[in-house]
Design a protein around this ligand. Structure first.
Ligand SMILES: CC(C)(COP(=O)(O)OP(=O)(O)OC[C@H]1O[C@@H](n2cnc3c(N)ncnc32)[C@H](O)[C@@H]1OP(=O)(O)O)[C@@H](O)C(=O)NCCC(=O)NCCS
Length: 220
């Protein structure tokens, strides 16, 4: 049994998160995958995620950051009111470092995100991913996600919209995730028209339910 802690990212995690992103970029490049090619944009996105309190890190018992992701509200470039926006929690910037990939941690984190969704009364865990990356879409399909639709938005390479029932669980029991998400976690209003919504008493946690603004949205 391996135990990890999920907590809000802080400024002290910046280098670790940039390192995770850089690792992912290099891996994608080596695989010939045209995703996350803009390093500067990636770093900016990480900084904004930390500043707005949407970024979560996964920490090992030894204190290292092994993975990161964000949970927030819908990206309104992609999702529309017809999608019943409030019915889902939205996953962004899902990254696992070399020590954690292929270990089942990804499955455990997707299950954990689904748990967060159900705990907040949501029906779905949703994400948008790279439109042309069918291999990545297949990864999510194997984990119970279905394609809602693919949308093309100028200036955005993401747009394959996927969702999975929040009640679905796919991982085994060899990984335990403890949440350390205190009430005073920083949650900032993300921008005009974007609402902070969820403030749950759940394990003292607070989630931001807001639409990522232009510079938060990333090439997920
Ligand atoms: C996505 C991710 C978090 C999943 O981690 P995981 O659950 O441990 O899964 P793995 O890393 O073992 O990957 C599983 C499979 O998906 C593939 N895969 C993962 N990310 C991929 C990507 N961005 N593009 C294409 N294939 C990808 C892997 O090559 C692997 O394929 P295989 O089964 O044929 O070997 C991790 O692979 C990652 O950090 N990827 C790079 C960043 C990324 O693309 N994040 C998703 C943004 S929507």
């Amino acid at each position: 049994m391996t135990t990890f802690t999920v907590r809000h990212a802080t400024d002290a995690d910046l280098d670790a998160l940039v390192g995770l992103r850089r690792y992912a970029e290099q891996w994608l490049h080596a695989e010939g995958i045209d995703q996350w090619t803009d390093h500067a944009r990636g770093a900016r996105t990480i900084q904004t995620g930390i500043a707005t309190g949407t970024s979560l890190v996964v920490q090992t018992a030894a204190g290292g950051v092994i993975a990161s992701f964000s949970l927030a509200g819908p990206d309104l470039d992609f999702w529309t009111p017809g999608d019943d926006l409030d019915a889902a929690l939205y996953l962004y910037k899902f990254m696992i470092g070399p020590q954690g990939r292929g270990t089942g941690l990804g499955d455990a984190l997707l299950d954990w995100a689904c748990s967060r969704a159900t705990e907040h009364g949501k029906r779905w865990l949703r994400l948008d991913c790279w439109r042309t990356n069918t291999r990545l879409q297949a990864y999510y399909a194997r984990r119970g996600f279905t394609l809602v639709r693919t949308v093309t938005v100028p200036g955005r390479d993401s747009g394959a919209l996927l969702q999975r029932p929040a009640t679905m669980r796919m991982s085994g029991s060899s990984i335990t995730l403890l949440a350390d998400l205190p009430d005073d976690a920083r949650t900032g209003r993300l921008g005009p028209g974007n609402d902070l919504a969820i403030d749950s008493g759940l394990r003292g946690s607070r989630l931001v339910d807001a639409s990522p603004r232009q510079d938060v949205r990333d090439q997920l």
